[in-house]
Design a protein around this ligand. Structure first.
Ligand SMILES: Cc1cc2nc3c(=O)[nH]c(=O)nc-3n(C[C@H](O)[C@H](O)[C@H](O)COP(=O)(O)OP(=O)(O)OC[C@H]3O[C@@H](n4cnc5c(N)ncnc54)[C@H](O)[C@@H]3O)c2cc1C
Length: 420
């Protein structure tokens, strides 16, 4: 009899896990309370980030912490009343961002990132999904020469140690590359390896389509109804209860809601982000995504228009949207590009699922036979979905995982004290 699995969560991560399991002969039911790709995977910046070998650390310099603490910046914002709930994970995040520990996070992160282009291309090549993956890279703009120099030193380290490619541009070269920028910048780093997705939702739907064409099933259902059924697992869906031998929890920022009742409470926390699309005035074009480092927002040319995505917002899970960062970013963005009208009436909001050690949780759910984790991909879940899907499917079938899974084991959050 073929082995069977329920995959909970149909974002980029869950869809990729489901597809890889199906291709290894599993009977798979993918379950989400919404249609595939309507969580964080819907509205992100669309970057397949081959350059992102250095995960986002918690700031360690007092000046930087002070800047964020004022709560007036564009890139980071917090709801003051939510902060007590964030203290424990953020303290651990700060602890893991100390240089020696951060080096370990970089090793773990880079090992996944190195594979991201090949793993996306392995799914998309020879299919219409290829048209969504544009090989144009993206640019990070810097306002001051010292900032640019510091960034170039790190870019050079990324090239030396992790085979990341980039081109350095001074102000004039940047103006030539993107002639419709309205404001001058000291220069930019053009990361040339990354793919820029013209519609991230369409990419998730494409991979979910392959899964269903190849015999996988998708059901609407609530993951909170997960229960043990004999030696396997069952979950209620709109089409009745489904049962399978194994279950994969790929619920993004909501994963803890399902793992906690099963005895596993990872220190997962959410960083919310918003997006809005704009037209461009006149004959203006933007050739590739640009991130304005000083103000921390991304402008990406997409099917729906120029997508402005914002940095991190800390708020209680389920708290109403407060797109203050978008309101702050928009005037700066209008000074950078001749943006036209807003395309949507209401900004989109999504939640990046983050862990304090900046690494995702991929592997067995401790203490629960036949249950597996695939969540916590933070700022790079669109990038790392296919990598995670392949790795976890290989672990489940007993193959040798193509990336060593040690650094991502769920057990690392079972230990007591700050090291956990
Ligand atoms: C503004 C912004 C910009 C970003 N830019 C990038 C980028 O450029 N590149 C990149 O790689 N990453 C980017 N990210 C991060 C990326 O979007 C996430 O890491 C990724 O989408 C996480 O994928 P996921 O499948 O784990 O989670 P999700 O896509 O959130 O999927 C989880 C799914 O679980 C479902 N679910 C939750 N609870 C239940 C329940 N009880 N029952 C049933 N279903 C449930 C949800 O409906 C959802 O479909 C960005 C994120 C944001 C917010």
């Amino acid at each position: 009899m073929p082995r069977s699995a329920i995959v909970l969560g149909a974002g980029m991560v869950g869809v990729s896990v489901a597809l890889h399991l199906r291709r290894r002969g599993y009977d798979v039911v993918l379950v989400d309370r919404r249609e595939p790709g309507e969580g964080a995977s819907f509205g992100n910046g669309g970057l397949i980030q081959r350059e992102a070998v250095f995960p986002h650390p918690f700031p360690r310099e007092a000046r930087e912490i002070g800047r964020v603490a004022w709560n007036r910046s564009i890139d980071v914002r917090y709801h003051p009343l939510a902060m007590p709930g964030f203290m424990a994970p953020l303290l651990r995040y700060w602890w893991h961002s100390e240089p020696a520990r951060y080096a370990a996070a970089v090793e773990g992160h880079a090992a996944l990132i190195r594979t991201c282009l090949d793993e996306h291309l392995a799914l998309a090549r020879g299919t219409p999904a290829m048209a969504l993956l544009r090989p144009i890279g993206w640019m990070r703009l810097y306002s001051s020469a010292p900032m640019l120099e510091a960034a170039l030193a790190q870019a050079e380290q990324a090239r030396r140690e992790y085979d990341v490619n980039y081109v350095a541009l001074d102000g004039a070269a940047l103006a030539e590359a993107e002639p419709h920028l309205l404001a001058a910048r000291a220069g930019a780093i053009h990361w040339t390896d990354p793919l820029s997705v013209s519609d991230p939702h369409a990419l998730v739907l494409a991979y979910a389509g392959f899964f269903q064409q190849e015999g996988g099933a998708f059901r609407i259902g609530d993951a909170a109804t997960l229960r043990r059924a004999g030696s396997g697992w069952a979950v209620r869906t709109a089409d009745g209860e489904v049962e399978a031998g194994e279950v994969v929890i790929a619920l993004g920022a909501a994963a803890g809601e399902v793992t906690r009742p099963l005895g596993y409470a990872p220190p997962l926390f959410g960083k919310r982000g918003y997006h809005m699309h704009y037209g461009l005035r006149g004959n203006a074009v933007l050739h590739r995504p640009v991130l304005d480092t000083e103000s921390g927002f991304l402008l990406a040319p997409m099917r729906a228009g120029i997508r402005l995505t914002t940095g991190a917002e800390f708020a209680r899970p389920g708290a109403p949207a407060t797109p203050v960062q978008l309101e702050r970013a928009e005037p700066v963005a209008r000074g950078l590009l001749p943006l036209g009208e807003r395309v949507e009436g209401v900004p989109w909001m999504g939640v990046r699922p983050c862990t304090p050690d900046m690494l995702p949780v991929i592997g067995r759910l401790p203490g629960q036979a036949g249950a597996w984790c695939a969540f916590g991909h933070a700022h790079q879940g669109l990038t790392l979905g296919p990598t995670t899907g392949r790795m976890l499917a290989e672990m489940m079938t007993g193959e040798q995982p193509f990336v060593s899974p040690e650094a991502y084991r769920a057990e690392r959050f079972l230990r007591r004290g700050m090291a956990a």
